[in-house]
Design a protein around this ligand. Sequence first.
Ligand code: SAM
Length: 392
Amino acid sequence: MKIKPYFQTEDFTLYKGDCREVLPELERADLIFADPPYFLDKADWDKSVSREEAYAFNESWIVPCIQKLKEYGSIWITSTHHNAFAITDILEKHDCKVLNVIVWEKPSGFAQHPDLNFTNAVEYAIWATKGDGQFFNAELMKKLNGGKQLSNVWSLPSVNQWEVTCGRQVGQKPLSLLSRIILATTNEGDTVLDCFSGSGTTGIASNLFNRKYVGIEKEEESLELSKARRLEINNETIRKSYISRVMEAIATDADWKDVVSEMSKYRIEAYSKKARIQKYSRDYFQENKEAIYERRKAKGKPSNQNVIWASATFKYKNQVCFYEGQYLPFINLKTKLKNTDKCKQYLLPKAEQTCLCIYEGVEYEFWQLCHILRVERKMADWAEVALNSVIK
Ligand SMILES: C[S@@+](CC[C@H](N)C(=O)[O-])C[C@H]1O[C@@H](n2cnc3c(N)ncnc32)[C@H](O)[C@@H]1O
């Protein structure tokens, strides 16, 4: 191969360049995902062009992609209504079979012309295969959907704060969207190729679920961001927390016991909603008090042996969370905490001394969790949850 990788680990390879030039150099892939320019003037690489130019551009990269797809492999292409029909046309013209057009319903649609038309609240992900067969992980998809066949309308969050710790890219897709696509249409060990790699979301989702990744991207800044994101998940705690957050987003109405056993191969520990309640119930805390204190001591934290500890589970934005900590500060807070500002004043200093929390399966010092929720602008909600659910 003539072209040298820009960055490479054993399961993550990035090439720098125009995908139309790089693609012919690459091996064939089991799945291709592409999130191309939509020509909506959102970035330098997204400048609007005529309908004919857009069509020609799309054909110029879709055709080499199809050539690099293994027989029965899946190709997924995201779009809005501006180019969805042209893309399905090109795919069918070049002997691909369009199996579904997924409607990704985003929580925050953008209202551009409130008096002229409807809010645009969806994007599409077109799923097609090369040849007359496909790999579809039907059982897992059903399990993640409470035993029912999942429909082609996916309500998934937009990109969250927790997935932009290394920076953000215009047009970045959420890990949950890519994870569902990858889990649905690949097996472990398969190779996933993304020819508009951007911040590397496809690569991160691939690697979280033990698939190999090859990405092509022309902008250095995006390549650096992808590299940082890949290095970040070398940290096992971060990797697990990402898997856990992704699973919470994509497992709608799931029977969690099933999901946990199914997903244990991805090293999600007992993070499920049900398991978490069991594992971190008050009883669990009582039984494991000594071990918890020891762990804190080993980390150089005060062990708080002399204070009353309490634990509680509660629902936060439809997720069951666990709180374990000193009881008394919350009683004080009940009377003192009235609004978000006070919440900052009272929660943070006290929390710093004492509390441990499990949030979405990850253990935090309470102040860290407060910080995360504050950065994510969820502080008011958090305060409400703390007052209404924990104190009762
Ligand atoms: C919509 S963004 C992809 C975002 C990505 N899915 C993510 O989650 O970060 C499109 C990316 O394609 C890149 N790009 C545009 N034209 C390209 C081309 N001809 N070859 C390679 N990359 C290209 C842009 O620099 C941009 O980073």
